[in-house]
Every structure is written in C-alpha cells, then in structure tokens.
Design a protein around this ligand. Structure first.
Ligand SMILES: [Zn+2]
Ligand SMILES: [Zn+2]
Length: 133
C-alpha cells in the first residue's frame, strides 16, 4: 500500500522513504523535521530533509507554516494536486502545539489588489484543539 502511494507520485520506494511515509500516515497531526528525526531513531537529518523535499515536490505531502517557527509536513489526499482547490485550512493548538489539517474546509478565494499575483495562501487558526478542550 505504501509502495503504491510512492509509485503513484513517481517516487522510487526506498526503505527510508517507506518509513517516513508510514510515520506521516500514522500521525494524526502534521510533523516537523525534528519531530520525525526523534521518532525515527536511525535517521540522519540530511536524508530526512531530502526525503521530505522529494515528497513535497512530488505532491505526496504539503508543508504548513503554522507560525510556530518550524515547518510541519502532512500527507496530501490521494488525488491532491496541491492547487488552490486542494489547499485547506490548518489548526494550531496553543496547548499541545499540534497542527491539524482541516481538509474539508478550503481557503476562501479573495480578490487581491490589481497587480498582486498569489501562488499560495496560508490560513492557520489558533486555539485549543478537540483533545485539549
Ligand atoms: Zn491540543
Ligand atoms: Zn494540510
């Protein structure tokens, strides 16, 4: 199953890539590079970083800037093309510091002033998550 998911995104399955994908798949919340490094004891940061970059380039995962200072990564839906219709709202819990994908809420399309061309938008809600409230 994990192998197929990599192949569908034109990523050659290696042991490391499979482990990282599995970890992101099993996590309910988005994970940062350092969190992944802690979880995967036998990994080095450079390899992990390259793995995440590759995943992101091939639209297997997306990155989230939740304002915490470290970029988080989460798995994309299977049919995701990471364009504006796939972009969704994120929620950052100020208590447990977890960041969630709220995939069923899209980012509203707003009209920017003339001459401003947007490539992406980032909408992060902050507050208390379900398990902390
Ligand atoms: Zn929480
Ligand atoms: Zn997300």
């Amino acid at each position: 199953m994990f192998e197929n998911r990599l192949k569908k995104r034109n990523i050659r399955p290696t042991a490391m890539r499979l482990i990282v994908l599995k970890e992101l798949y099993e996590s309910e919340v988005a994970m940062s590079l350092s969190e992944l490094e802690l979880k995967l004891e036998n990994s080095d940061k450079a390899t992990l970083y390259r793995t995440l970059k590759k995943f992101e380039e091939n639209q297997l995962i997306h990155s989230i800037d939740d304002g915490s200072g470290s970029i988080k990564y989460a798995l994309c839906d299977e049919g995701c093309t990471c364009d504006s219709k796939d972009q969704h709202v994120h929620f950052h819990c100020e208590k447990c510091l977890s960041t969630y994908c709220i995939t069923n809420i899209g980012i509203p399309q707003l009209t920017l002033p003339k001459g401003f061309i947007s490539n992406s938008a980032n909408l992060v809600f902050k507050g208390i998550c379900l398990s902390c409230s």
